[in-house]
Design a protein around this ligand. Structure first.
Ligand SMILES: [Zn+2]
Length: 396
């Protein structure tokens, strides 16, 4: 953990210095032998020759609440009995201070004993810096009376200090009738109705991750714009088998928002960041819907004009989030560290052109680069902290 954080810190500056100034990486030093003039895609690391402005944004202009982080993991696919922390508060806080990151929301706080441990570890000693969300106890779905049990767990979690409810894409894509086998459980399954209602009654916002990039539902072939990402993570593909389509998943989530107007939903990853017209339609339709930016500036930043209009129109409904994971080296776009925040700040605060959306030698989500949207101060304040403060009930 310390090693990976140190690594992230050591890499600081690589982004702000831009391509030309980057030190040669190990990967580049390797001899790549062209075969009859052909170069393997994985070896291709083109450097932009554009002479464009490179603005350094080492600190956010206003204090930031990162609404989407994973400082700890709880159950992912199976039940766990101990919280797994990805870092210590002592490792994280100095980086937060340097980046003007006032607070991190640790969404994956789990349930039961793990939730209690996680709150005691992060939130209790540092209530101004860390907030912990709870998660549903999906393993109990096979038991009679689950619906009421799950609603009661929300009330219990709130009493322990949990500030919201988090749903992984597990709901819709992994959870099955017998937990890991049987038919997939639908997002709008009636058994969850008391849970959504309890979250609303306890004033706990629901952070919900539904579906994934559209390319994950297509064959991993030469036409897939996320070919490299899916090749690196074959288990991220939802093509074929019995998976619902992206639209079916989104629509099931929409029915939940419609059915529970007193519950505030924060739709993670901008919902469907590749389809801002669709997300805009939903924001117009559901006043209890908000969106969060985690791991999607790659998408927002490659359509900067549409994104800028989207931020203008929905400035009261967009929350800053990164999906940061300390030590999350498998997913460079999510590695908690100084570089990650500098990229997000640069995207939101500057009008810089054609820069990397992740601290990595190759763009990890797809072969493109992004453009800043230069938000005015009023919108920046809302996105950085005001909207999150309101939803979390932190208004001072
Ligand atoms: Zn996440």
């Amino acid at each position: 953990m310390l090693a990976s954080l140190a690594l992230a810190a050591a890499g600081q500056g690589a982004i702000v210095n831009g391509w030309q100034a980057r030190p040669k990486r190990r990967r580049l030093a390797r001899e790549v032998t062209p075969i009859k003039g052909k170069l393997a895609l994985e070896d291709y690391e083109p450097k932009s020759m554009l002479h464009v402005t490179e603005t350094q944004v080492p600190r956010a202009r206003f204090p930031v609440i990162d609404f989407h982080t994973h400082l700890s993991w709880s159950a992912r696919r199976r039940q766990v009995t101990e919280a797994h922390n990805n870092a210590t508060p002592e490792e994280v806080i100095p980086i937060m201070d340097r980046k003007n990151l006032r607070m991190m929301v640790n969404l994956t706080g789990g349930y039961g004993k793990v939730l209690e441990q996680t709150i005691n570890y992060w939130q209790k000693p540092h209530p101004d810096r860390f907030v912990v969300f709870t998660e549903p106890w999906f393993e109990k779905i096979t038991e009679p009376g689950y619906a009421q049990f799950q609603a009661d767990q929300i009330v219990r979690a709130q009493a322990l200090g949990a500030r919201g409810l988090k749903l992984l894409k597990t709901l819709g894509l992994y959870l099955r009738e017998q937990v890991t086998s049987g038919r997939l459980v639908k997002i709008d399954d009636r058994r969850f109705d008391p849970m959504w209602e309890a979250a609303g009654a306890q004033r706990m916002p629901v952070a919900i991750h539904t579906s994934d990039p559209e390319a994950f539902f297509l064959p991993t072939d030469r036409f897939n714009e996320r070919y490299e990402e899916l090749s690196a993570h074959p288990d991220w593909s939802f093509h074929g088998k019995d998976f619902p389509s992206n639209l079916e998943l989104q629509e099931a989530r929409n029915r939940v928002m419609a059915r529970h107007p007193g519950t505030q939903f924060v739709v993670l990853h901008v919902g469907d960041s590749e389809n801002l017209p669709y997300v805009s339609e939903l924001l117009d339709r559901y006043p209890n819907m908000h969106v969060e930016t985690g791991a999607r500036i790659g998408e927002l930043g490659r359509q900067p004009r549409a994104s800028r209009k989207f931020f203008d129109k929905y400035q009261d409904r967009i929350l800053f989030g990164t999906d940061a994971v300390p030590g999350g080296n498998d997913t460079p776009q999510q590695i908690f560290g100084e570089q990650l925040y500098e990229i997000y700040y640069r995207f939101l605060e500057t009008e810089d052109e054609y820069f990397d959306y992740a601290p990595a030698p190759k763009p990890p989500q797809g072969r493109w680069r992004i453009y800043g949207i230069g938000l005015p101060e009023k919108i920046l304040r809302k996105v950085y902290y005001e909207n999150a403060e309101r939803l979390l009930g932190l208004k001072r």
